[in-house]
Design a binder for this molecule. Structure first.
Ligand code: NAD
Length: 358
């Protein structure tokens, strides 16, 4: 296959980790006879510095004309004082909206080799867990009306509003049910229906769609309980379906249970298999430029790209198996390092994955 990939390294550790993912993809291309053509563009703080926009129009055009997008991360303290809509993170929200990336898929898989890095007790971890969070990404409170004002009494006010409609809920719920069909056939839908009107519509709509999926067990859970259950009993979850904000919070919680946020990939999908692939973590400014960041979340995001956008299942499996082998052999970046293992740099970890692709 001949495939065009828009490459957006972004800020902080973004360039270091995407470099390793590109090397892995190029090696996969050689092994399986595919051409991955990468075109690089600016996003985030570096785009603001060079183009006064965190999402320049040429970046958006490149993404629209590509088969998929691979992104590093955006943001950092350098841009903390930049105005709201020009901030690096605003570029990320905008690209999701412009590319209609309404479904965010974040697997939280615990490699047994990384048990030592999991903050949970052994009796809770057992033989690991495998959760897939399906999060709505272009609606909800992050995109609703918002504002701030000074009242006459001098007190400052601010507000954000959450909106959802049934078609937004149905299209994300359908992805959750379809995903569950290929896994253990359980969907746990998260809401706060005891308090929020949007959550009551969410629950009613998910139940309506569930009638099309009699083979899937649907459970509902309040978000506060879900936050606890992820820690007390992560095994009960298969596919977790959430709104935008609840998914943002719960997926970070799930990520830390797997050992390190540096291990977690993500896919953000629109219709027709188009997707943007990025690690679940941020730009990690505290370790940027030191060649110590974990590139595995980005490498695994590239593997999700092969699977979801290009349908290259055996190529994706090849990357996942290589990652597993490298971890089983005891190689660790600093974030997942524990006694008895071998500490490696970002570049060494990338090379180890390449060496184990066969
Ligand atoms: P972060 O995810 O960047 O970092 C949190 C902690 O995890 C840090 O200690 C960091 O060193 C560590 N970490 C993250 N990725 C790692 C990796 N691959 N290997 C090893 N360690 C890793 O979150 P933060 O510190 O809250 O945010 C930093 C910046 O990133 C902020 O500007 C934030 O807005 C931005 N951000 C961007 C995205 C994105 O681009 N999708 C997501 C979250 C945060």
């Amino acid at each position: 296959m001949n495939l065009n990939i828009a490459l957006l390294p972004g800020d902080g550790i973004g360039p270091e980790i995407t470099t390793e993912a590109v090397k892995v993809l190029n090696k996969i291309g050689k092994i399986y006879n595919h051409n991955f053509n990468f075109s690089e563009a600016l996003i985030g703080g570096i785009a603001y510095d060079k183009k006064q926009s965190s999402l320049p129009i040429e970046t958006l055009e490149l993404c629209k004309n590509s088969d998929a997008v691979l992104l590093g991360a955006v943001g950092g303290p350098k841009w903390d004082d930049v105005d709201g809509d020009k901030r690096p993170e605003a570029g990320l929200l905008k690209i999701r909206k412009e590319l209609n990336l309404f479904a965010n898929i974040r697997p939280a898989y615990m490699y047994t080799a990384l048990k030592d890095s999991c903050p949970l007790k052994d009796e809770i971890i057992k033989d690991g867990f495998n959760i897939c969070i399906v999060r709505e990404l272009t609606g909800g409170i992050y995109f609703g009306d918002k504002g701030k004002c000074n009242n006459m009494d001098g007190i400052e006010y601010a507000y954000d509003t959450e909106h959802y409609n049934t078609s937004e809920i149905i299209r994300i719920a359908r992805i959750a049910f379809e995903t569950a069909r290929k896994r253990n056939k359980i969907v746990t839908s998260i809401d706060k229906q005891n308090v929020l009107e949007t959550s009551r519509l969410w629950r009613k709509t998910v139940e309506y769609l569930a009638k099309e999926y009699p083979d899937i067990t649907l459970k509902h859970m309040l978000v506060d309980n879900a936050a606890m259950q992820l820690i007390c009993n992560p095994h009960q979850f298969d596919v977790v379906l959430t709104s935008n904000m609840f998914g943002d919070i719960l997926s970070d919680e799930a990520s830390v249970l797997t050992g390190s946020i540096g291990m977690l990939p993500s896919a953000s999908l629109s219709d027709y298999n188009f997707g943007l692939y990025e690690p679940s973590h941020g730009s990690a400014p505290d370790i940027a430029g030191k060649n110590i960041a974990n590139p595995l979340a980005t490498i695994l995001s590239a593997s999700m790209m092969l699977k979801y956008s290009f349908g290259l299942i055996k190529e994706a499996d090849c990357i996942e198996t290589a990652v597993q082998k490298v971890l089983d052999k005891g190689y660790r970046t600093a974030d997942i390092m524990s006694d008895g293992n071998t500490l490696v740099s970002t570049q060494e970890m990338g090379q180890l994955v390449i060496d184990n692709l066969v």
